[in-house]
Design a protein around this ligand. Structure first.
Ligand SMILES: [Zn+2]
Length: 193
């Protein structure tokens, strides 16, 4: 979380978008939609922040892994348009939008740095929000009518993402860190004593 959020903090507030509204009262954020921008970073941020464009997203991740936040998590970003998941309409109301800088026909892959930043961010969001792995989806999976959107497209490796999300991460790291901290304190105490 700290790693992902420090990346976010680097640019947060710099690229605020006015294109958002309130989520419905009591909405539970339980879905995450992955997109590609189809444009380079600068024009993507420009469009996603232009009032007349009427589109936005919560996060944009550049190819080098830099994350820009455009809309606060509590607010409803305008990324999925007409959409439904598991029969539930209006995905924007209860989802987080993540846009990867990727130009179809030009980019041949999602670079490792970008992928790693996305996995960190998705995991961080899943720790603080009730988002299950099956609700981490692509725009192409939720856009209506079906076939309206193609992003993030065939070069996005869903199996790789699913296995990254189901991996236990760093088992026992928290406990180890606590133990180490405690033993350091105890060492110091014994020196003092
Ligand atoms: Zn999209």
């Amino acid at each position: 979380m700290r790693k992902a959020l420090s990346r976010v903090r680097r640019t947060v507030g710099v690229h605020g978008s006015p294109n958002f509204n309130r989520r419905p009262e009591g909405a539970t954020i339980d879905t995450l939609v992955i997109h590609y921008t189809a444009l380079e970073l600068a024009p993507s941020l420009e469009i996603l922040s232009a009032p007349e464009a009427q589109v936005s997203t919560h996060f944009v991740i550049d190819r080098d892994g830099t994350i820009c936040q455009l809309v606060g998590m509590a607010d409803r970003a305008w990324h999925a348009g007409h959409s439904a998941i598991h029969g539930r309409a209006d995905v924007n109301s209860y989802s987080v939008g993540i846009d990867l800088v990727f130009v179809p026909g030009v980019d041949e892959q999602y670079p490792g740095e970008q992928w790693a930043a996305m996995v960190d961010l998705v995991k961080a969001l899943m720790r603080v929000l009730p988002i299950k792995s099956e609700n981490v989806v692509g725009h192409e999976h939720v856009a209506l009518p079906p076939g309206r959107k193609q992003d993030p497209g065939p070069l996005f490796d869903w199996n790789k993402l699913r296995s990254a999300l189901s991996a236990p991460g760093h088992p026992g790291r928290g406990a180890d860190a606590r133990r180490n901290r405690k033993s350091k304190i105890e060492n110091r105490k014994s020196r003092v004593a």
